[in-house]
Write a protein that binds this ligand. Structure first.
Ligand code: PGA
Length: 252
């Protein structure tokens, strides 16, 4: 399986010109990395532009929980698909903090799958060193998101383990790679239970939280995850290019 690297730009950069320039540099850096699939998740306002400029793998950072209609400010999964967007991040902690509860995450997941987008479902605990609470919380987030989803659709999901305390934009520090490895096993076991071994073993598990060019090699080797969800470090093209090289080298 190729490693999946998702550049989550969040609410950056400021203008379409900057978005275009950054996407160009990332695309160039990604072109020679045969062991990687690199996805750009820009703010929704830039998706159309980047799609027209033939950025191959695009993710939205969110989608609506409804199919269509009177939902001012929302963007549906089907509309994203019509722009040739292929992925959508769902249940990111910053969306959960803005009000997305488990039921909304579940509905968004359904909309994404029906519209043939690959959802990247974020799960993770709020506080560090809560080993007692962590398994329960991650399991709960996975169950509530996946419960009742058709087996034929569910094979397209991606899980991102993102401990909220590790996200750089909130002053977080990276998790320990061994800990990420343990949590990824827990997630894989839960996927086995929910979906059966055959489907579960093909679902990529990513890590996100203060991943940058200096620590990504260590995460790739010791955590053995299938890729990374990268926020802050994806906004600097030189840092992100080095990050891609490090993951590519650790895969060969
Ligand atoms: P970070 O963000 O890499 O800046 O920690 C990751 C994320 O929130 O997706």
């Amino acid at each position: 399986m190729k490693k999946l690297i998702v550049a989550n730009w969040k609410m950056n950069p400021f203008s379409a010109t900057e978005a275009l320039a950054l996407a160009g540099k990332i695309t160039k850096a990604a072109a020679s990395k045969k062991s990687l699939d690199v996805v750009i998740a820009p703010p929704a306002v830039f998706l159309s532009l980047l799609s027209q400029k033939k950025v191959k793998r695009l993710a939205a950072q969110d989608c609506a929980a409804e199919r269509m209609g009177a939902y001012t400010g929302s963007i549906s999964a089907a509309q994203l698909k019509s722009l040739k967007v292929n992925f959508v991040i769902i249940g990111h902690s910053e969306r959960r903090a803005a009000g997305d509860g488990d039921d909304i995450v579940h509905k968004k997941l359904q909309m994404a799958l029906i519209s043939k987008l690959r959802p990247i479902i974020c799960v993770g605990e709020d506080e560090r060193n809560r080993e007692d609470a962590l398994p329960k919380m991650v399991r709960h987030q996975m169950h509530s998101a996946l419960f009742g989803i058709k087996k034929s659709l569910v094979k397209n999901i991606i899980i991102a383990y993102e401990p909220v305390w590790a996200i750089s934009g909130h002053g977080g520090l990276p998790d320990d790679p061994k800990h990420v490895f343990e949590v990824s096993l827990l997630i894989r076991r839960e996927l086995y239970r929910l979906l059966g071994k055959r489907t579960a073993s093909r679902i990529p598990i990513l890590y996100g939280g203060s991943v940058h060019d200096k620590n990504v090699g260590m995460f790739a080797r010791e955590s053995r995850v299938d890729g990374f969800l990268v926020g802050g470090a994806s906004l600097k093209s030189d840092v992100f290019a080095r990050l891609l090289t490090a993951v590519d080298q650790s895969s060969s």
